[in-house]
Design a binder for this molecule. Sequence first.
Ligand code: SDX
Length: 434
Amino acid sequence: MSKSNAGSYTLTDNQTGQNFELPVLHGSIGPSVIDVRRLYAETDHFTYDPGYTSTGSCESKLTYIDGDEGILLHRGYRIEDLAENSDFLEVAYLLLYGELPTEAEQTKFDSDITYHTMLHEQLINFYRGFRRDAHPMAIMCGVVGALSSFYHDSTDITDPHARMVAMYRMIAKMPTIAAMAYKYSIGQPFNYPQNNLSYAENFLYMMFAVPAEDYEINPVLAKAMNRIFILHADHEQNASTSTVRLAGSSGANPFACIAAGIASLWGPAHGGANEAVLQMLNEIGHKDNIPEFVKKAKDKDDPFRLMGFGHRVYKNYDPRAKVLQASCEEVLGDLGINDPLLELAVDLEKLAREDEYFVERNLYPNVDFYSGIILKAMGFPTSMFTVLFALARTVGWVAQWNEMIEDPSQKIGRPRQLYTGPAERPYVGLNKRG
Ligand code: SDX
């Protein structure tokens, strides 16, 4: 393939000598793309890219990542600025509508979300069908998928108003669903949402309040919760977002699409890593054991990987990890907690970053490396870490889903393959088989 000009690449079939022009499409910033939509029709060949390492699946205006520089933008605003100055529902509005809201717009959006936080009372029965020791992500998958059987008036994806209602319902109800999953697991009564609380405060209340006494919101925890939600809101075409888009491309209802995203996020290579990082740090236990685990992580015959390290896109420090590491020290300090796991994590990062295996492969801490230490200090059990990731990422999932539905070029996602199975062969009756 040779570059004809800034506008196209020429693909040459070495056997026939035939040339095919492939147009190049340019974005506002970041890599351009070679448009291969006509490739199969003109060459009878597919592209081949397991894991989509070099494949753009869509056009999007929501989030931009510069993996080499470690930059993350939401509608052009740096994640560091949003984490420091913004509020989670303001970031949600930004992702949904493309601009930071005016005060009046923010007030209305907050109110609209607040007044959708309650669940249909019958949904509570779904929890009682789970074992008490069910993983809360299993409960999230089940309950969110069931929402489509309760909210028929917001499943028509061709109706922009129905889509907006469904998106608001998802953003509003995820904290309630998540908190109920936790309360069910510890045998405590559910807390109903409180309309006088902010999004982050309300979630903390539903998680940790008990009927036996008043619950006082700790401003340190509320600020940390808000920041953690912002840092997890959206992240371009990651595995779970691509799952939501693919499910949505068939016309599936929004609740089913989000349930699919939750399932994909659960994997330890993706959102399940934050839970795996805490398990790994507890297994390492002491600084003296770090070299043994780094050696395991480098051993190709050992499936162990350094959880919270590495990223498909970032070949530099994940900017979210930097904010979370700084927040670790701030939150633990404010709470007067001295967690040896933080010091162990810092030591692990230092030793790994001095090892050429990690340096050569540009493996840095990602968003999951420090998040669990803060969440543990805030009182969340490890099993809830990925639930919180799903709660926050729901904003990105619904915004990406809606962008896909509104994209005039969108089609049902249907990848092809390189077939290496048997060619056609005649059926052999049972009595004639060897
Ligand atoms: C998230 O996509 C997103 O944006 C996701 C996310 C989001 O916000 O949505 O950012 C959230 O999922 C963060 C990632 C959380 N996962 C983990 O922390 C799990 C540990 N990390 C790895 O499993 C891995 O780094 C991935 C899955 C994150 C990325 O894998 P890639 O892009 O497929 O990279 P790769 O497996 O091809 O690795 C390249 C090389 C390999 O070695 P070689 O074959 O070149 O010799 O780096 C090695 C890998 O073996 N490697 C690691 C490693 N990560 C990569 N070796 C040891 N420990 C690791 N963590």
